[in-house]
Design a protein around this ligand. Structure first.
Ligand code: FES
Length: 112
């Protein structure tokens, strides 16, 4: 079962976390199943960007992003080349390391 190393995030997981989930699970589902309450405003249907994560290790092992996801990602706060929508990023056999960005698009709208 692939492991997901979650880098510390002040709100969702201040200490960081090491979790695992079966291959075929989306990163978003894996986080939620393990009590890391990442936002997922559209209920994981690839229609928002609140589940944005940056994949620091293991990016290439995830299934490729569809065009729809790429379009949405363009609107994400703190976009990086290794950004993914976690509800669309499906785990393969390899371990990954992810970072949850400090803000989501919702926060960005409210605070900045
Ligand atoms: S939860 Fe909305 S795109 Fe992932």
């Amino acid at each position: 079962m692939p492991a997901i190393k979650v880098l510390p995030h002040a709100e969702y997981c201040p200490e960081g976390a090491l979790i695992s989930a079966p291959a075929g699970t989306s990163i978003c589902e894996a986080l939620l199943d393990n009590g890391i309450k990442i936002e997922h405003a559209c209920d994981m249907s690839c229609a928002c960007t609140t589940c944005h994560v940056i994949v620091r290790e293991g990016f290439a092992s995830l299934g490729e992003a569809e065009e729809e996801e790429e379009d949405l990602l363009d609107r994400a706060w703190g976009l990086e080349p290794q950004s993914r929508l976690s509800c669309q990023a499906i785990l393969a056999a390899q371990d990954v390391t992810i970072e949850i960005p400090k803000y989501t698009i919702n926060h960005a709208k409210e605070d900045h």
